[in-house]
Design a protein around this ligand. Structure first.
Ligand code: LMR
Length: 396
């Protein structure tokens, strides 16, 4: 009986709820759980440029033989450019890229790399943060600490407390920073706040690990990677976990990348060899299909422009939904201020309701969301927004 000591593990709070939603038979049920983009009909479409690239890849493929373990060369350089912009030769030479199994794979491999380099040093996560950050970091053996990030009572960042915490953190800690469209709050630092955070990170010799999962779904492709571009101008070392799940709609293809900005080209080579070795010991190498698609979309100007337009349309829809929700809530509860919904960006916001109220919405109204009161705004649409606002208004 080799497995007798094991007991069942509770399903992940986000993915478990999405499954519960599928099992609910109610006609007007509303899914605000897992962070996938949806259109006004509630569908998560295959983006047109992605579908076209996919057809061309299938038509042209002649083999399924292995790719280089570090990843597809075109994908690696194009992702680096998408994320960090045009780099001068020196910075390009210092920046390593590993193709990974989604953004999660990049986070886990980056955490393993840090654990190898700095055994015993902790990782700092924002409080609150995306639930899976904890598992990904502790899975690599890192001790987890948190920095205060968000004050739910006033829907604003706790910047002074963030800075204070980073100041007192052990020198050289790993600090996970969500680059834009913060999950679960939707609240991001502005340029001044990023400057202050990067100042503190630099002063204390911390290693920033940017999580870039929503590039293009906030203000735009360039704007959403602002803190990375700021870091590239001033820091010698940082890591970036890139996800192509949301901005290319490639969720199930598990397509991502780990970027490593190193001291010099020699160290970049060392880091690339280390992360290849880590991946080899876990699952050998990342799957290719998603990376082939992204490479094709980014290298063909017609596909690239089509993708950018579709992505911009998605972010406009999210912004419009935020405005619509703020207005609908304002009409129902004129005693409260909902302007914060509009000030934030991306897929997520925290409603600030208790878990008991979340349970009531699920049981009585068939409205599903994470128990901390996080909703995926993209689950709202013209036909369910008023129903949602009606159900929520008495609970605030
Ligand atoms: C979410 O937070 O809902 C998404 O990032 C999906 C996931 O993997 O949890």
């Amino acid at each position: 009986m080799p497995f007798e000591s094991l007991t069942a593990v509770r399903s992940d709070s986000i993915l478990g709820l999405a499954t519960a939603f599928l099992q609910d038979k109610a006609a007007g049920k509303i899914d605000l759980t897992v962070g996938v983009y949806r259109d006004d009909r509630g569908q998560t479409p295959v983006m047109s440029a992605v579908a076209e690239a996919e057809r061309a890849i299938i038509a042209a493929q002649t083999t399924k033989s292995y790719l280089p373990p570090i990843g597809l060369p075109g994908y690696r350089s194009r992702i680096r450019r998408l994320v960090l912009g045009d780099l001068d030769d020196e910075l390009a030479d210092r920046t390593g890229v590993l193709q990974t199994t989604g953004g999660c794979g990049a986070l886990r491999i980056g955490a393993e790399l840090f654990a190898r380099a700095q055994p015993g040093k902790p990782v700092y996560l924002s409080d609150p943060t995306w639930g899976n950050h904890h598992g990904l970091m502790s899975g690599a053996g890192l001790r987890i600490r948190t920095y205060p990030y968000f004050d739910l009572s006033v829907h604003a960042l706790r910047l002074d407390e963030t800075l204070d915490c980073l100041k007192n953190a052990p020198e050289g800690s790993l600090v996970v920073l969500q680059a834009s469209c913060h999950n679960p709050t939707g609240a991001d630092p502005d340029t001044d706040a990023w400057t202050a955070i990067l100042d503190m990170v630099e002063r204390r010799g911390h290693l920033p690990f940017f999580d870039l999962a929503y590039q293009g779904l906030g203000q735009g492709l360039q704007e959403d990677s602002l803190p990375l571009r700021m870091a590239a101008r001033r820091l010698r070392n940082f890591l970036v976990a890139v996800s192509c799940s949301k901005n290319f709609g490639l969720y199930r293809e598990r397509c991502g990348a780990l970027l490593m900005v190193a001291e010099d080209g020699g160290q970049r080579g060392v880091l690339e060899s280390q992360v290849k070795h880590i991946a080899r010991g876990m699952y050998s190498m990342a799957a290719s299909h998603g990376a082939l698609i992204v490479d094709r979309v980014l290298s063909d100007s017609i596909l690239r422009n089509g993708w950018r337009r579709e992505l911009a349309g998605m972010s406009r829809r999210l912004a419009g939904l935020r405005t619509g929700l703020a207005e609908a809530m304002g009409e129902r509860r004129p005693d409260l201020d909902f302007s914060w919904i509009d000030r934030q960006q991306g897929l997520f916001l925290l409603l600030g309701i208790e878990p008991a109220a979340v349970d009531r919405l699920r049981e009585e109204n068939h409205i599903y969301m994470i128990r901390d009161g996080r909703i995926n705004v993209a689950g709202l649409n013209r036909s369910n927004l008023a129903t949602f606002a009606d159900a929520l208004a008495p609970l605030l």
